[in-house]
Design a protein around this ligand. Structure first.
Ligand code: ADP
Ligand code: NA
Length: 334
């Protein structure tokens, strides 16, 4: 069977270097490594986004911004199929069919629901509870062979496999392919520039804590110059940075941008203080991010082109989804 990868990402605004190095760049890598007979389907999980507090105007803006960012970062809509989940109604339809297969006991075991609903379980939306069933539909709909999962998503992929197995058994078919996990190469975990122990995040109130993908060259250089560091020179090995979180973070960012290990960065920068390492890091960050920013601004200026690309991706996705959805209805006697 030809390889088929399906992966979704929630539309958010304020995208930053951590999102690029930790998430979007993995998609670009998968796209670039996909054999010619395989297919990558990447979607904006906008139906998932409404399971928690939703601001409609913000969501609409975030969907466009996220799509523009993903393409700006290197997803090529001519090669990968990039689309909005909401534009392929088969996601919602199959999700409902699979609600007949999934068991409440299975969903009760999902640790992410427990974390996200917190103390207010009774007040959480039904959508948040059923979220993993929609995720199962997202991948089973396309007969995905592989799904990239971080640690927090392993349980949901297991659930998708359980749902597929039960559906196939209950209907006496082998309709659904059981997708295998792809564990992405240990993604760089980028920390705040103000505090080397907190994750770089869109929700950090300090704008100086993160490098936004829309920051211009001067802003990037200024943020790196002001990033928290220390007065010591860089050591020869990453192990020696264990108790220097800010220094370790800056070396880690350099390594992630350059596509090398922290030890390789130190092999060429050992002995340097931050007075000279920071400008080198700023140059590298600007070199990587400037073209992304330029493409992003181009899409912001031409939303019609962005919408056209998303509509085209959705049309291709609908074509791939149609036979599986039809077979699922028919297997159920509908
Ligand atoms: P944020 O923490 O800014 O709210 P999200 O939770 O929306 O980011 O994450 C979107 C994607 O980006 C996820 O795949 C997440 O793992 C990745 N990501 C977010 N922040 C970082 C970071 N600081 N370092 C690496 N990856 C990150
Ligand atoms: Na978050």
């Amino acid at each position: 069977m030809a390889m088929r990868i399906v992966s979704g990402i929630q539309p958010t605004g304020n995208l930053h270097l951590g999102n690029y190095l930790g998430a979007i760049r993995n998609w670009v890598r998968m796209q670039d490594e996909m054999p010619a007979d395989g297919e990558c389907l990447f979607f904006l999980a906008d139906l998932h986004a409404i399971t928690v507090h939703n601001d409609p105007a913000m969501l609409a803006a975030n969907i466009r911004e996220m799509a523009a960012t993903i393409i700006a970062c290197g997803i090529d809509p001519a090669r990968a199929i990039l689309f909005r989940q909401r534009h392929v109604p088969a996601h919602a339809e199959l999700s409902w069919l699979l609600n007949g297969t999934a068991r409440i006991g299975w969903l009760n075991r999902m640790t992410q629901f427990k974390e996200k609903s917190g103390k207010n379980r009774e007040g959480a939306s039904v959508g948040l509870f059923a979220y993993p069933v929609l995720q199962a539909a997202d991948v089973l709909l396309y007969q995905a062979t592989h799904v990239p999962v971080g640690d927090d998503q392993k349980q949901h992929l297991e659930l998708a496999r359980d749902i597929a197995t039960k559906f196939n058994a209950d209907t006496g078919t082998d309709l659904f392919t059981l997708p295998d996990p792809i564990i992405p190469p240990a993604a760089a975990r980028i920390m705040s520039l103000r505090d080397g122990t907190a994750k770089m995040s869109k929700s950090d109130p300090s704008d100086a804590s993160r490098i936004a993908l829309t920051d211009d060259a001067d802003t990037i250089a200024a943020k790196i110059r002001k990033a928290k560091s220390d007065a010591d020179a860089l050591p020869a090995t990453a192990a020696e940075l264990a108790d220097r979180p800010e220094a370790r973070n800056l070396v880690g960012i350099y390594a992630a941008l350059a596509g090398v290990t922290p030890d390789q960065v130190l092999a060429t920068h050992a002995g340097q203080g931050f007075g000279s390492f920071k400008p080198a890091l700023a140059d590298l960050a600007v070199e990587t991010l400037s073209p992304i920013r330029d493409r992003l601004l181009t899409f912001r200026a031409d939303p019609a082109e962005l919408d056209r690309l998303l509509a085209d991706g959705a049309a291709r996705a609908r074509t791939l989804a149609a036979p599986t959805l039809a077979a699922a209805y028919s297997a159920l006697g509908l």
